[in-house]
Design a protein around this ligand. Structure first.
Ligand SMILES: NC(=O)c1ccc[n+]([C@@H]2O[C@H](COP(=O)([O-])OP(=O)(O)OC[C@H]3O[C@@H](n4cnc5c(N)ncnc54)[C@H](O)[C@@H]3O)[C@@H](O)[C@H]2O)c1
Length: 380
């Protein structure tokens, strides 16, 4: 593998792939020769490059992981596909739905394995919930609700490239974490979101931007700053409709104190409800009407057969974010190593089509909000 973009999440791609045991960590590309070398050394990669183009020219790199800021996603992924490399892109697949659609076409022409890291799919209890819903355990999904809240942009001294439309795109919180919620809701229920009605807010319209660069989740310090106006949302609430007529609602915000990486998804069906909370990810809640509610603890001997392969430790031994991330890599690299056609990726792995869909949903929400909060169809 070769990694482009070794900030916050890039090193987790390397860790996850390294755990597979059969993949050589060939190279890391940074934005300069010095950063490429230094990051390669820190991550134990054999070579460091000062540009992604140099990494793509390395014939030993067969799989490119794109963990750059959003504005480079299209450019890096497109160039990797043109070289016939397999691509694992972090989300969002691209800055716009139009760009993602182009990447879908380029990927199918290249005939390589492509994936987007909507990593919560890799959690064993998420897979169990998906299986339970598919088997009809909660009946027909009627109401799908939840939120994804964080607090790392709570203060006006908090800043990220995600807040700059040139680097992050037209949306911030929705594109960054709302896309995860939507992907998860669709994956777990097996239902597409067809319509949205959005209410979006910029709670902090002016922020103090550090004059130097800063990677994600680094907190404010005494660095020199300049005041900048923020055009993108840091808080949003959305009503959603699913293809079977089910209704839903979710909120996202990165300005919500105490919520670190708090993703909640609940599906209320015609017989029962099911709920999962990322910050307590080893537990799955089942809500009943005529008997006591239940909590299923993650335990390979208690979860469904389709989920069992995603749990690697016995009950009571907690598995977490990095393990779910590794599960995705295991699925992706099994297909690459097996040489099976790229269409054979298991459903746990989000495809470029799923990446496109996430962009299209976010764009529909922005459109809905711009028009004063009206129901808006998600582009097909
Ligand atoms: N799947 C997830 O849960 C998850 C979590 C965090 C971030 N992400 C996504 O991953 C991407 C990166 O986010 P992050 O939080 O790691 O950001 P970050 O700012 O911490 O890291 C980005 C890195 O890319 C490097 N970079 C910039 N330009 C480059 C270039 N031309 N060539 C090579 N490297 C370059 C930066 O120096 C930095 O090290 C984003 O698109 C984000 O949406 C996904």
């Amino acid at each position: 593998m070769g990694l482009v973009g070794a900030g916050f999440v890039g090193p987790h791609h390397v860790d996850a792939v390294r755990r597979l045991g059969f993949v050589d960590i060939v190279a890391v590309a940074g934005s300069t020769e010095a950063s490429g070398r230094q990051k390669a050394e820190a991550l134990g990669a054999r070579r460091g490059y000062g540009s992604y183009q140099a990494l793509l020219d390395d014939p030993d790199v067969h799989v490119v992981h794109n963990a750059t800021p959003n504005y480079l996603h299209y450019e890096v992924t497109s160039a990797a596909l043109a070289k016939g490399k397999h691509v694992v892109s972090d989300k969002p697949l691209a800055m716009t739905a139009a760009q993602s659609r182009q990447l879908m076409d380029e990927a199918s022409r290249a005939g390589v394995v492509t994936a987007v890291t909507f990593n919560y799919r890799g959690n064993p209890l998420v897979q169990h919930a998906r299986g339970a819903i598919a088997h009809g355990d909660i009946g027909t999904p009627r109401f799908i609700r939840g939120y994804y809240l964080q607090d790392w942009l709570l203060k006006d001294t908090d800043y990220s490239w995600r807040l700059d439309t040139e680097k992050g795109g037209a949306s911030s919180a929705l594109g960054d974490i709302g896309s995860h919620w939507c992907d998860l809701a669709q994956h777990v229920t097996g239902l597409h979101i067809t319509h949205v009605l959005g209410d979006i807010t910029t709670v902090i319209p002016k922020r103090k931007k550090p004059r130097g660069s800063r990677e994600a989740f680094q907190t404010g310090d005494a660095q020199a700053t300049e005041e900048v106006s923020i055009q993108v949302e840091d808080l949003a609430s959305v009503l959603v409709r699913f293809e079977n007529g089910a209704k839903g609602t979710f909120s996202v915000g990165q300005v919500c104190g105490g919520h670190k990486n708090d993703l909640v998804l609940e599906v209320c069906g015609s017989k029962a409800s099911i709920g999962w909370r990322q910050e307590h990810q080893n537990e799955l809640w089942f809500g009943h009407r005529d008997r006591p509610n239940e909590i299923l603890q993650k335990d390979p001997s208690l979860i469904g057969p389709e989920a069992r392969g995603y749990a690697h430790l016995p009950g009571g031994h907690q598995e977490a974010w990095a393990d779910a991330f590794c599960n995705l890599m295991r699925d992706i690299y099994a297909v690459i190593a097996g040489g099976t056609p790229y269409r054979a990726l298991p459903p746990t792995v989000a495809t470029f089509a799923d990446g496109y869909r996430a962009n299209a949903i976010v764009e529909a929400i922005l459109e809905s909000a711009k028009n004063g909060g009206v129901w808006t169809e998600v582009g097909a």
